[in-house]
Design a protein around this ligand. Structure first.
Ligand code: SF4
Length: 700
C-alpha cells in the first residue's frame, strides 16, 4: 500500500489445487477488486478466468444467512442444540457408526481438523469422508503403496525446469491454467509435451504429441513403456539398487505380459509411430515430469494407473530431482489439507493410519479414549449405508452430493430417506439443502479465515476481506459448538483459527520420529504470526522455510526407507460398452465453471464459455445415431437419463462421449451428468469411475 487507501488483503483462490495467491481490495458494500498476488510463489501474479472473476461472486444474493430448522429460521442456539441432540440420540440407540459426515475440499484445514477430531476422536467412528474421494483418492493410495505415505514429491518449479511434460488424463489448459502459463518460457526453450487423453483437448492442441488412447488403456501404455525402458537399458541401476524394492518382481511380470509395442498400440488404439515417439522421448529425457489428474484417478483402476506412472519414474530415478518427478495435481483448493488432517475415512489423522500404535498416539493426544480404531465408509459406500438405513444422521459440509456424486439419483433417494440431514453451506438453496432438516449458514470465500494446502504441499492463508454476513459462522466454530453441545466441550475450546491450526500442527509433530508430515516449526505460532504466515511448503525447515522436493536424499517414507515398485496389470473398465449401451461416456469440467456452479454460476462472464449442458460426439457417430449439431440429444445409461445439446466434433474418439458435470436443478435439471454414472469404484481407493460409463444417445 502507498498510504493513500486501504491495503489489499492477501488471500488464496478458492477454486483449483494450483492455489494461486490473490490480492483482494474491498470497496463499498460487497465490491471486491481482485488481482493476482505477485509475491505468491504458486502464481507470481497470474490468475485464470475463474480467479479473475472472483469479485463477481461475492454478493449476498442467494446466501444462507440464518440457521433454519425444518425450513424455518431458527436461532443458532436452537439449531446447535437440535443437531447435537439428534446425533447423540442416534449414537446412543444405534452406535457411533450410525452417523456420518460428508465433507469437502472447499473446507479450510482448520475446519477439516475440527470435523475429523469430532467424528474420529469423540463420536468414535471413522465415518467421515470428503468429496476428495471423487477427486484424488486413487493418487493417495498409489502414493502410500509406492512411497509409504501420501506425498507429492515435486513442486511447480519442476514444471519450468523439465524438458518433457507428460499430461495423463489432465486437460491442464482448462483445469489448471496458471500452471500452463508457468510453463510458457520452458516451452519457448523447447520443452516437449505429450498428452495422454482419449479426447483432443486444448492441452492436446498445444502438445508435440497427443496419444488419444482408448478409454481405460493407460496401464497398458505405461507398462509398455516400462518394458521398453528395461529392454533399452534405460534403468537407473544405482538408484534402484540403493532406494527401490520390487524391481525383479516387476521385471518378471512385465516380461510375462509384454508382447512388444505393436500389441500395446492395438490395445491403446494408437499408431505405432506415435507410441515409439513417446517411448523415445521418455527414454532420452532425464528431466521429465509426469502430471496425472482426473483422467487417471477417476477410474475403477485409478490406483493401478497412478502406480504405473510412479513405477516409470522410480526405475529411471526421476524423482526428488529438479525437473523430474511424478506429479499428482489436485482438483480442489484444499484437497491436500483435507488429506493431511484426516478427511478421508481410511486415514486416522495427520497422515496416520489405523494401526494400533497410531490409534493409541492420537487418542492420547486428543485425550479421547473413544478414538475410532478402524476405517469408516468411503463416499459411495457411505451414501449406500444412508440409503439402506444403517446411517441415520448425516452432516454434509460445503458440498453438493445430490449433484456431484455418481448415480446422484440414488444419492437423492438416500438423502430423502435419511431420518436426520444437516447441511452447512453458504447458499440457501442447493440440490442438497433441499433434503436438509437443519441448515447451518457458513462463511464463504472472502469471509473465511484459515489455511489451505495446494498441489505442491504449499500451505497458504485464506484471509477475510469482509466481516461475516448475517449470522454466518466459520465451519470450525460450528463444529466446535456442536461438539460442545454433545458434551465434548473441553476438547473443542478454541478461540480462533490460529488455535485450531496450532493444535493440528502439534499433532503432526507429536511423537514423530519419521513421519514426513511434520509441521513442528509452526506449532507455536501466535495469532499475529499465524495471520502473517507466508506461503510455505511442508515439511517446513527448522527456520520455517520451504521444502520444495521430497526424497532428494533417496529416502522414502517406508519402513525400510525404500520406494516400492508395484506390479499392476491392465484391466478393462468396470462395465464394457455393449450393444445396448455402445458408447463410453466421459464426464469432466469445462474451462470456466467450478463443481456444481453455486459460485461460478453467479459470474455472467464465466457462463459464456459453456452456457448450457452439452454432449460432445464424433460426427460419424452422430450420423449413425441420428444426432444433429445443436439439437437436443437424449443420453441414457443403466443409471438414468439426461438431455443435452449435441456438439459434433472430431476431438472425440469414435465411440466416445463427453458431458460436463456442472449443471444442477437450479440451472438445468435434465442436464445433470452424474445421474448417469454408475457406482463402480477402484477397489483400493474407493474412487468412482467417472471417466467411463456405457451409454447410448438418440435425438430428443
Ligand atoms: Fe484459481 Fe486455479 Fe485459476 Fe489459480 S489456476 S486462479 S487457483 S482456479
Amino acid at each position: 500500500a502507498d498510504g493513500s487507501g486501504p491495503s489489499p488483503i492477501r488471500t488464496t483462490c478458492p477454486y483449483c489445487g494450483v492455489g494461486c495467491g490473490v490480492s483482494a481490495l474491498p470497496g463499498s458494500g460487497r465490491a471486491l477488486a481482485v488481482a493476482g498476488d505477485k509475491a505468491h510463489p504458486a502464481n507470481y501474479g497470474r490468475l485464470c478466468s475463474k480467479g479473475t472473476a472472483l469479485g463477481a461472486t461475492v454478493g449476498l444474493e442467494g446466501r444462507l444467512l440464518r440457521p433454519e430448522i425444518g425450513g424455518r429460521p431458527a436461532t443458532w442456539e436452537a439449531a446447535i442444540r437440535r443437531v447435537a441432540q439428534a446425533f447423540n440420540r442416534t449414537i446412543e440407540r444405534h452406535g457411533p457408526d450410525s452417523v456420518a459426515f460428508y465433507v469437502s475440499g472447499q473446507l479450510l484445514t482448520e475446519d477439516y481438523y475440527a470435523a475429523n477430531k469430532l467424528m474420529k476422536g469423540f463420536i468414535g467412528s471413522a465415518n467421515i469422508d470428503t468429496n476428495s474421494r471423487l477427486c484424488m483418492a486413487s493418487a493417495v493410495a498409489a502414493h502410500k503403496l509406492a512411497f509409504g505415505a501420501d506425498l507429492v514429491p515435486g513442486c511447480y518449479e519442476d514444471l519450468e525446469l523439465a524438458d518433457l511434460i507428460v499430461f495423463s488424463g489432465h486437460n491442464a489448459a482448462w483445469t489448471h491454467p496458471v500452471l500452463v502459463r508457468r510453463m510458457e518460457q520452458a516451452r519457448a526453450r523447447g520443452q516437449a509435451w505429450v498428452v495422454v487423453d482419449p479426447r483432443r483437448t486444448d492441452t492436446a492442441d498445444m502438445a508435440d504429441l497427443h496419444l488419444a488412447i482408448a478409454p481405460q488403456s493407460d496401464v497398458r501404455l505405461w507398462n509398455g513403456l516400462l518394458a521398453e525402458l528395461i529392454r533399452r537399458g534405460v534403468v537407473d541401476r544405482a538408484f534402484v539398487e540403493a532406494h527401490v524394492s520390487g524391481f525383479d518382481d516387476l521385471q518378471k511380470a512385465l516380461e510375462a505380459d509384454d508382447q512388444g509395442p505393436a500389441a500395446v498400440t492395438q490395445d491403446c488404439g494408437i499408431a505405432l509411430k506415435d507410441l515409439i515417439r513417446f517411448y523415445d522421448l521418455f527414454a532420452r529425457t532425464e528431466r521429465t515430469v509426469s502430471l496425472f489428474s482426473m483422467g487417471a484417478n477417476q477410474s475403477a483402476q485409478g490406483v493401478a494407473k497412478g502406480l504405473s506412472i510412479l513405477n516409470a519414474h522410480l526405475v529411471t530415478g526421476r524423482i526428488g530431482k529438479p525437473g523430474a518427478c511424478p506429479f499428482s495435481i489436485t482438483g480442489q483448493p484444499n484437497a491436500m489439507g483435507g488429506r493431511e488432517t484426516g478427511g478421508l475415512a481410511n486415514t486416522l489423522a495427520a497422515h496416520m493410519d489405523f494401526d494400533a500404535e497410531a490409534v493409541d498416539r492420537v487418542a492420547r493426544f486428543w485425550s479421547a479414549p473413544n478414538t475410532a480404531a478402524k476405517p469408516g465408509l468411503k463416499a459411495v459406500d457411505m451414501f449406500e449405508a444412508v440409503r439402506d438405513g444403517h446411517i441415520k444422521a448425516l452432516w454434509v459440509m460445503a458440498t453438493n452430493p445430490a449433484v456431484s456424486m455418481p448415480n446422484s439419483g440414488r444419492v437423492r433417494e438416500a438423502l430423502a430417506r435419511c431420518p436426520f440431514v444437516v447441511v452447512s453451506d453458504v447458499m440457501a438453496e442447493t440440490d442438497t439443502t433441499a433434503f436438509a432438516h437443519v441448515k447451518l449458514p457458513a462463511l464463504a470465500w472472502g469471509e473465511k479465515d484459515g489455511t489451505v494446502t495446494n498441489s505442491e504441499r504449499r500451505i497458504s492463508r485464506q484471509r477475510p476481506a469482509f466481516p461475516a454476513p448475517g449470522e454466518a459462522r466459520a465451519d470450525w466454530r460450528i463444529i466446535a459448538e456442536v461438539a460442545t453441545a454433545m458434551g465434548h466441550g473441553e476438547a473443542f475450546g478454541w478461540r480462533n483459527p490460529a488455535a485450531v491450526f496450532r493444535e493440528y500442527a502439534r499433532l503432526t509433530a507429536f511423537e514423530n520420529t519419521r513421519r514426513p508430515l511434520n509441521l513442528g516449526p509452526l506449532i507455536d505460532l501466535t495469532p499475529a504470526e499465524y495471520d502473517a504466515l507466508a506461503p510455505v511448503q511442508w515439511p517446513p525447515t527448522p527456520g520455517g522455510g520451504d521444502t520444495p522436493r521430497l526424497f532428494a536424499d533417496g529416502r522414502f517414507a517406508t519402513l525400510d526407507g525404500k520406494a516400492k515398485l508395484n506390479v499392476v496389470h491392465p484391466q478393462g473398465p468396470a462395465s464394457a460398452a455393449d450393444g445396448a449401451f455402445p458408447f463410453s461416456l466421459n464426464t469432466g469440467r469445462v474451462r470456466d465453471h467450478w463443481h456444481t456452479m453455486t459460485r461460478t454460476g453467479l459470474a455472467a462472464d464465466l457462463c459464456r464459455h459453456a452456457p448450457e449442458p452439452y454432449v460432445a460426439i464424433h460426427p460419424e457417430d452422430a450420423v449413425a445415431f441420428g444426432v444433429e449439431e445443436g439439437a437436443l440429444t437424449r443420453l441414457r445409461t443403466a443409471q438414468g437419463e439426461a438431455v443435452a445439446v449435441a456438439r459434433l466434433t472430431d476431438r472425440q474418439r469414435r465411440g466416445g462421449l463427453f458431458m460436463p458435470m456442472h449443471w444442477t436443478d437450479a440451472f438445468a435439471p435434465s442436464g445433470r451428468s452424474n445421474g448417469l454414472i454408475g457406482q463402480a469404484v477402484d477397489p483400493r481407493s474407493g474412487q468412482p469411475e467417472f471417466k467411463h460409463t456405457p451409454a447410448r444417445v438418440s435425438a430428443y
